[in-house]
Ligand binder design. Sequence first.
Ligand code: DGL
Length: 260
Amino acid sequence: MINSNPIGLFDSGVGGTSIWKEVHALLPNENTIYLADSKNAPYGQKSKEEIIYLSKKNTEYLLNKNAKLIIVACNTATTNAIKELRSSYDIPLIGIEPAIKPAALHTKTHTIGILATKGTLNSELFHENIKKYHQINIIEQIGFGLVELIEKGELYSEKMDTLLHQYLKPMVEQNIDYLVLGCTHYPYLIPQIKKIIPSTIKIIDSGEAVARQTKKILEENHLLNTNNRSKVNNEFYINDSPKVMQELIGKSFKVIKKDF
Ligand code: DGL
C-alpha cells in the first residue's frame, strides 16, 4: 500500500533538523514537513504546562497538513508532553529521549555523562527512565545557553567554547566514557565537543535510532510511501528568521518563514 502523506516533525527550533537528516537518509521516499517553533525557543526553560500547550499546537498544525505520523524531534517536548499527546491524538507519535540505555550498557568506567536541557533533566519521564540504571553513575549537566547560541547561529563562537568547557570538563575529570547528547540541537556541536573531550569518550545521540523506529512504525501501520523518489517533497517552516536553519540543512531545501 502507498501512503504519500507526509511525516511531520517539530522542535522548539532548528535542532530537530539533526533528526530530520537521519530520517530522510533512511526513508528518502517519504514526504516530510518540519516545523521549527524558534519564536518560542528554548522550550527547555519553560514550564511543563507551557511545553504541553506548544507541543499540542505544533501537532495540530501538522495534523492539518495531513501528517500520517509525527516525530516529536525534541527531547524536552517528548519528556514533558508525549503522554498528553498520545492520549489526545490518534496518530503514531515517535518521541525522542536521551539515549541512556546504550551508554549504560556499554560503559566500562560505570560513569556516563548526559548533557540536556533543564526541562528534560527535570522531567518525570527522564527520572523514571534512569531509575533502571542505578548501578552506574550518571552525571547530569544542564546545557544552559547552548540552544540559544545555536538558534543565533553562534555554533563556532568563543561563548560556545567557554560554555562547553565549563559543562564538559567536570565530566571528563570524573572519568566518563560515554557522553549522551540529550537535546536534538546538540549534534551540531559534536565537532566543538570533540576538541574538548578525549577521543576515548564516545558521543551518542538518538538520531539513528529514531529513524529506525520511524521506519518500523510506518511498516507496522502500512504507512510507507513506496512512490518514486523524484516526487518527494520536503517542506521546512520556521516562525522566526530562516537564516540559521537554511545554513544547517543546506541549499537543496528551502526554509520558509511562516506564522504558526
Ligand atoms: N531540541 C530541543 C531538545 O531536544 C531543544 C530544547 C529547547 O528548546 O530548550 O530538547
